[in-house]
Write a protein that binds this ligand. Structure first.
Ligand code: HEM
Length: 137
């Protein structure tokens, strides 16, 4: 029981900080002035790492359940929908942050701004889906 709770708590710690970073760093970059390219570049790295951490810690959540119960949790249809939304957000957020890091220097101010809008929106959507996953599980 202690080991199970510790495993969930440590996974949740990574997942919580990841959630704060995907939303907070994207919002900070969105609200910074268009000239602050270095800050935006750093935030893109943070957002990329945080989306990756969310996906990995999300999978670990499932792994911990499987390890201790021999099966995955039986999820309500709403919870499955919320989980799919989170996975789609994580894949899109990771890809968009990677694209930003690779090509944003060649983009217009408007293009960069739109990307931060999209990244903030993806983070907020995943955070909302997390509440539905939690309470419909
Ligand atoms: C591939 C992506 C993801 C997977 C597989 C995943 C999976 C999970 C799982 C299995 C839980 C535990 C649910 C429960 O308590 O019953 C969880 C909790 C949570 N997830 Fe995710 N997640 C992912 C991405 C995200 C993202 C991108 C965010 C936020 C931006 C996020 C925010 C949260 C939060 C805040 C909780 C705690 C909910 C609570 O207990 O109140 N997750 N996630």
């Amino acid at each position: 029981m202690q080991l199970e709770n510790l495993s969930y708590a440590l996974t949740q710690t990574i997942h919580n900080f990841g959630a704060a970073a995907v939303v907070g760093a994207a919002f900070l970059a969105l609200k910074s002035s268009p000239e602050q390219l270095q800050l935006k570049h750093r935030m893109a790295w943070l957002v990329l790492i945080a989306w990756g951490a969310q996906a990995i810690s999300g999978v670990i959540f499932g792994g911990v359940s499987y390890h201790f119960y021999g099966e995955f949790p039986d999820l309500h249809a709403v919870a499955v929908g919320a989980l799919v939304i989170k996975i789609l957000c994580a894949v899109s957020g990771f890809a968009l942050a990677a694209l930003y890091l690779r090509s944003a220097k060649q983009w217009s101010k408007k293009g960069r701004h739109r990307t931060w809008h999209a990244l903030t929106g993806l983070g907020a959507t995943a955070l909302t889906a997390a509440a539905f996953l939690r309470w419909f599980s």
